[in-house]
Design a protein. Structure first.
Lengths: 252, 344, 299
């Protein structure tokens, strides 16, 4: 079962520049929450604050509270431990190039000390099935490298890799922006299925995608969360004029 | 409310039936898969171990300087600055002056540059500007191959092949034609300053030419095109559009070659004659700083003798560092910090 | 009709401009091209000459005896360089054991922990160290090891060569690691893999073939070195299996034989030189092949 995410008064800084201003969000368990907004508005920064990935940038700093379930992200645990419960899929698929498909999916487990071969086989198979990739690669699991697949397949491989660790939350940072419509459609279908087991937060450039997959949507502009509500309301009857302008295509 | 400029989005497509193909079975989890607390200790320890390795590199340099300075203290106290100005090198009477070696090092290296620079630049220009594309890889590979030959093998070839040629053909020819300059007088031993200069030249050509090549490649294509558009011949384009722009880098490459020549030991030792004398003629035997170290270090009886040798080592170290630093600055200013090649 | 041929203006200008200057410039162009070709030939000439002589003078003397026997006393024909070949391998093994881990560690530091002022200092020192003459390194190793132990040894030789390997390996490792895209590291961090594990099992693993190439280049460079061994390993005419004795090395043996007055030893020097080159080239080629066979389809 997934867990809910609560964000309170989140401020993020890159050195002296402030990227996020007092963001408050609640993402419900087992639902998909979309984050939309024009380029550079801070949605990627926000999602990376949820699993402390922004800490890989040297000058980054964060203020505020983030709770995943009842676990405080910034006070209660180490970043490494947190990231085993929060999975991430990136904008550009990044499978490990020197590893086979099997090793890619199993990477999160093997590198963290999980050794049971039989269980690994099972988990790899289930993860690839969950990512709708199993049928396409089941004959060349150990022979082909992760990088030899097509773009859409690579991204599904990355999703399988994230799922193998069995996180409770899945963060997706524009997962389909580099993919063709057919692969995008497959992944959107996936998200739909995954909602049953995971809490999903997806950043997307594509408003229609948000409408298709998410129950809740948040609109970001210039580092501030302008409006957060049910997707239906955001798209048909937004409360803020800026939201309305963005959603109807007046800018962005 | 809003205008209907965009088609209305569909919300949350109807969920597929449980029995249909599209429903994927995702099993419920009960406990997190990866148990156990993650300790920060290995990360911290690893970080420090890596930093220690970095520190080791700096410590190495410190170690080198320390050993050289401490080792040469005795000699420094005995002779001071005069050490570098005197030409009397006499282990028997414990009198040490390093001037012959400094002279030999400088002269052999400069001679090497005089021979190597035109050749290196010619090769570099040919490979980058004139060569058909197919040959480029092979030619650059073979010039790099020259860099891979060990110094002692160069020396071996020099003693038994190059020196006889010098002795039989080149030196008599030079004595006949240019003997009036005083640079080519005296008996043509074969062995001597000229031989050292020639073998050094062969050894530093790969470095100068490969750095020059890199510097030439970095010259933007539009510089070449601008000169060509004015109606220049290919050589004029190379001279005005490429070489002129790459000047600083080429000088840097030359200085790097000089740095290499200054420190070169084995091949030079084998053909320079190893006599600590200062002579005008290039036919005469000589001695370089590196060579005297190679020959006499293990024979050094007495602390002052050893200390004098180490002081020569210190001087050699200092000079090559300064020359190399200068060279890198000049090359970097042209290539703008592109990955530094490891100078083999 | 309007003349749309862009070359026609240039052509007509040239037709007008047939003057001695134009002829001279064309000749200069051809002459310079000729000179360039000449320089290439002049440079390639010694390369071929050296390899040719190596084979010509050396191949006849490489036989089982040469490869398995130790040097005979002066004046006697025969004998070999077996002890020198083995000695070189021992010294190189020690040098690699010391130099490769430290070098790769320094490289990891530079790329993963050293994108700052401290890293810049280490980088600068590395480049400085690369330019230190090998004979000076020999002096340092002499002071560090030989003076302390009061005897020459393979260890001292290994230390000297290790000091030469470390800066080279550090810089090439750094460059290879920097080529690994940040996205790969982030993928590992996102899975909850700790930093040290990511650096070793993901980043270093991805850059493996490049790092190994860098190590082999450093290895090939020091394998032929003689100067730093002159007063560390010192050389030995006999087998030596003790750690407190001077050790023979191939490059040292070649040097000693080459400058000796004996024809017999000259002959063996050529053979030794040929063996040295073959061993170096062979080692580099073997590693290249092994690395290539270890990679997956499409990787």
């Amino acid at each position: 079962m997934g867990v809910g995410i609560t964000v309170e008064h989140l401020n993020a800084f890159y050195g002296k520049t402030q990227a996020l201003f007092d963001v408050n969000i609640t993402a419900l368990a087992n639902h998909a929450t979309a984050l939309i907004g024009p380029s550079g508005c801070g949605k990627s920064t926000f999602i990376r604050c949820l699993n402390r990935m922004h800490e890989t940038i040297p000058e980054a700093r964060v203020d505020g509270k983030v709770l995943i379930g009842d676990l405080s992200v910034y006070n209660g645990t180490s970043a490494t431990q947190l990231r085993r419960r929060v999975g991430m899929v990136f904008q550009k698929a990044n499978p490990f190039p020197t590893m086979s498909i099997y090793d890619n999916v199993a990477a999160g487990l093997k590198l963290n000390g999980f050794r049971n071969r039989k269980q690994l086989d099972e988990i790899v198979q289930k993860s690839l099935q969950s990512a709708a990739l199993w049928d396409e690669v089941k004959d060349s699991l150990h022979k082909k490298s992760g990088a030899s697949l097509s773009g859409g397949q690579q991204q599904r491989l990355c999703i399988a890799r994230a799922l193998a660790v069995q996180p409770e939350v899945l963060l997706m940072d524009e997962p389909c922006s580099a993919l063709d419509p057919i692969s995008t459609g497959k992944i959107e279908e996936l998200i739909f299925q995954l909602k049953e087991q995971y809490t999903i937060v997806i950043v997307t450039h594509n408003m229609q995608q948000a409408a298709r997959v998410a129950e809740f949507t948040g609109f970001f502009l210039l580092g501030k969360m302008i409006e957060f509500d049910k997707t239906e309301k955001i798209f048909t009857n937004p409360s803020d004029k800026r939201t309305e302008d963005y959603v109807t295509g007046r800018f962005g | 409310m809003s205008n209907q400029a965009l088609p209305r989005p569909r919300f949350n497509a109807p969920e597929p039936e449980p029995g249909s193909k599209a429903a994927l079975k995702i099993e419920a989890r009960t406990t997190p898969l990866l148990q156990g607390k993650v300790s920060e200790v290995p990360d911290v320890a690893f970080g420090w171990a890596m930093r220690l390795c970095g520190l080791a590199v700096v410590a190495l340099l410190g170690l080198i300087v320390y050993q050289l300075v401490v080792g040469s203290e005795l000699s420094w106290h005995a002779f001071g600055w005069k050490f570098f100005g005197q030409s009397d090198w006499n282990p028997v009477s414990d009198q040490y002056g390093a001037l012959p070696f400094i002279y030999g090092t400088v002269v052999s290296s400069l001679l090497a540059l005089v021979i190597a620079v035109p050749l290196s630049i010619g090769v570099a220009v040919f490979i980058t500007e004139m060569c058909p594309i197919g040959l480029r890889g092979i030619l650059s590979f073979t010039t790099e191959l020259l860099a891979a030959i060990p110094s002692v093998v160069y020396g071996l070839w020099a003693i038994f092949v190059m020196v006889p040629i010098l002795r039989e053909y080149v030196q008599p020819f030079l004595a006949r034609t240019l003997g009036w300059t005083g640079l080519f007088s005296g008996p043509p031993y074969g062995i001597g300053m000229l031989a050292a200069g020639v073998i050094l030249a062969i050894m530093i050509i790969p470095i100068i030419s490969s750095i020059t090549r890199e510097v030439l490649i970095v010259v933007p294509q539009h510089q070449r095109e601008a000169v060509l558009a004015l109606g220049a011949t290919r050589w004029e384009m190379i001279r005005m559009g490429v070489l002129r722009n790459a000047r600083a880098g080429i000088v840097g490459a030359i200085i790097l070659g000089l740095g290499r020549a200054l420190g070169e030991t084995m091949a030079v030792t084998m053909v320079i004659g190893n006599r600590p004398e200062i002579a005008k003629s290039l036919f005469a035997p000589g001695y370089t700083m590196a060579s005297v170290l190679a020959n006499e270090f293990t024979e050094a009886t007495g602390d002052l003798y050893l200390s004098a040798l180490i002081e020569i080592g210190l001087a050699l170290f200092f000079v090559t560092i300064v020359v190399n630093a200068l060279a890198r600055l000049m090359v970097w200013s042209v290539t703008r910090g592109q990955p530094a090649r490891s100078i083999a | 009709m309007p003349d749309t041929n862009p070359n026609s203006a240039a052509v007509s200008a040239q037709q007008v401009n047939i003057s001695p200057i134009s002829w001279r410039r064309r000749v200069t162009d051809h002459v310079m091209t000729g000179i360039s070709v000449l320089t290439v030939l002049l440079v390639l000439l010694p390369l071929f000459a050296i390899f040719a002589y190596l084979v010509y003078r050396g191949i006849g003397s490489i036989n089982i005896a040469f490869l398995t026997q130790t040097p005979k006393p002066v004046g006697e024909p025969g004998g070999g360089m077996a002890n020198a070949i083995v000695g070189s391998m021992v010294i190189l093994a020690i040098a690699s054991l010391l130099g490769v881990p430290l070098g790769i560690g320094a490289g990891i530091f530079l790329s993963e922990y050293g994108r700052n002022r401290y890293g810049d200092i280490v980088r600068f020192v590395s480049d400085v160290l690369n330019g230190v003459p090998s004979i000076v390194i020999g002096i340092v190793a002499y002071g560090l090891v030989v003076m302390r132990q009061k005897h020459f040894s393979a260890l001292a030789g290994g230390v000297a060569l290790a000091i030469m390997m470390i800066p080279t390996i550090a810089r090439t490792t750094e460059q290879m690691l920097l080529l690994v895209p940040q996205a790969i590291r982030e993928a590992a961090y996102g899975l909850g893999v700790s930093r040290w594990r990511t650096t070793l099992s993901i980043t270093l693993r991805t850059a493996t073939s490049g790092v190994i190439t860098g190590v082999m280049l450093a290895f090939a460079r020091v394998a032929g070195e003689t100067a730093p061994l002159l007063f560390t390993a010192f050389g030995n005419q006999y087998w030596n299996w003790k750690t407190d004795q001077p050790t023979a090395a191939l490059s040292l043996q070649i040097f000693t034989y080459a400058i000796s007055p004996f024809d017999e030893w000259h002959r063996q020097a050529w053979a030794g030189a040929l063996v040295l080159i073959i061993l170096i080239v062979g080692a580099v080629a073997a590693v290249r092949i092994a690395v290539r066979h270890g990679t997956l389809a499409g990787a």
